[in-house]
Ligand binder design. Structure first.
Ligand SMILES: [Mn+2]
Length: 438
């Protein structure tokens, strides 16, 4: 995890910090990671400060209201898919930080059948903010809950509130043919009374607001603060954001994170490198040359090695032995020398295009293959088919339930529906600022 945003938050004297989930990358972080996290948070969270805003959070404990503590930087955090609650007790790693008053954990729902989203209410002078949080759930469950109108947003009285929603879901990407439409969340799914959406989970940082044309909400894709996947979108500059709200007016300032480790990402297509297909030595020279070029572009500080990933499109070629390159890169890059290179075959490469044309005719003739009209239907039918194998007496309701449980991995589905939780925020009295919720 990176705590540079908390450092920046204090230096900019912000009122509070909002984290969009995945504070931890591992469901079971080591003791050392937990202790270091607590030590780092404690440096920034505790300290003398007179806050000039009021907060109402119902029965949810908020560290800033604890009379025994002096909180300089209140942090409000939802869980992501890497630190969501699970296990017999349905607890998250963030619960540990919440119990030690280092953060304020919110946005947890104990049921995906009926989700009640209760806001934290902030007031400073005439400015009033309602902060809603929805911690990560399977994208299919999220969509289903909205489709079936099982999500209820409790809203404070009055139209003067500036409404912010922080969530942690997969955003819709254009051209995802073959995916079930429930495997990502469309911006227009979210309610239109939300003024600002802080969208977690997406790795790419987009340092400007995006307006959803259907709802009119402004959306901020903050991106990850550290590189956790060696993918293209992680190579772009990392930022945290200072959001200033005055009445209904909002200003968003992207702040570059200078301490983020540099990440060098590159691609080559062997068929375009003009090297003979059977000359392994020439292929290796071509790859090494590209890696050297990438390393030359790195402007990292002394002692901070860059991460490096080169994707090699090798349609029509053999995978070359990378042992020598691995040895040569030791001490030059931060990631494990084994994962610096990734060989892949693109269906759109020039070499693959010829083969595809040839194979398509053969396959269609042999299989009586037809074009898929509706990819959604294909995925669902395939899943129904698999489950039907497991249980001959299956009906649609059970399939939906299974889909919700199995959509995207993780160890998160254990009993969240059945078990209540001590700190549940459902149905709490939110009238701390003199406003009742409707
Ligand atoms: Mn995530």
């Amino acid at each position: 995890m990176s705590l540079s945003p908390s450092c920046r938050a204090n230096s900019q004297n912000v009122d509070f910090l909002v984290h969009g989930g995945d504070l931890f990358h591992e469901h079971k972080p080591s003791k050392e990671t937990l202790i270091r996290t607590e030590q780092l948070l404690a440096q920034h969270v505790f300290g003398e400060k007179t806050h000039s805003f009021k907060v109402a959070a119902g029965r949810c404990p908020v560290n800033i209201k604890d009379p025994n503590l002096s909180i300089r930087l209140p942090i409000f955090v939802i869980h992501g898919n890497h630190d969501d609650p699970g296990g017999m007790e349905n607890l998250s790693n963030i619960d540990i930080l919440n119990a030690t008053k280092l953060v304020n954990y919110f946005g947890r729902s104990d049921s995906v059948e009926q989700i009640e989203v209760s806001p934290l209410l902030f007031q400073k002078g005439m400015t009033k903010i309602a902060l809603y949080g929805i911690g990560y759930m399977k994208d299919s469950s999220f969509n289903l809950a909205f489709e079936k109108k099982r999500v209820k947003f409790l809203r404070p009285e009055g139209s003067e509130w500036f409404n912010i929603l922080v969530l942690h879901q997969t955003k819709e990407r254009g051209g995802t043919v073959g995916y079930n439409r429930r495997c990502f969340v469309r911006e227009r799914t979210l309610p239109d009374f939300i003024n600002l959406v802080l969208w977690g989970h997406e790795h790419e940082c987009i340092p400007s607001l995006k307006e959803c044309p259907e709802t009119g909400s402004q959306i901020l894709y903050m991106g990850s603060t550290t590189i956790t996947s060696l993918i293209d979108s992680e190579a772009r500059p990392k930022h945290c954001f200072i959001v200033t709200i005055e009445g209904r007016k909002m200003d968003v300032l992207p702040v570059p994170l200078r301490r983020a480790r540099p990440f060098l990402y590159g691609q080559i297509e062997l068929s375009k490198c003009k090297v003979p297909k059977d000359d392994e030595k020439a292929i290796e020279v071509c790859i090494v040359k590209r890696i050297d070029e990438m390393l030359k572009t790195s402007h990292h500080e002394a002692g901070q090695l860059p991460l490096l990933r080169l994707k090699v499109e090798y349609s029509g070629y053999q995978v070359v032995n990378t042992r020598k390159m691995t040895t040569a890169l030791e001490g030059k890059i931060a990631n494990h020398a084994k994962d610096f290179i990734k060989f892949y075959k693109s269906p759109f490469s020039s070499a693959a295009a010829g083969n595809r044309k040839k194979d398509a005719g053969k396959a269609q003739a042999a299989e009586g293959w037809k074009e898929v009209e509706d990819p959604d239907k294909l995925v669902l039918d395939q899943l129904v088919c698999i489950f039907a194998f497991q249980n001959a007496q299956i009906d649609r309701t059970e399939v939906d339930g299974e889909l919700r449980g199995r959509a995207t991995g993780g160890e998160t589905v254990h009993g969240r529906d059945e078990r209540g939780h001590e700190r549940q925020c459902d149905g709490v009295d939110q009238r701390g600022l003199g406003h009742s919720l409707r």
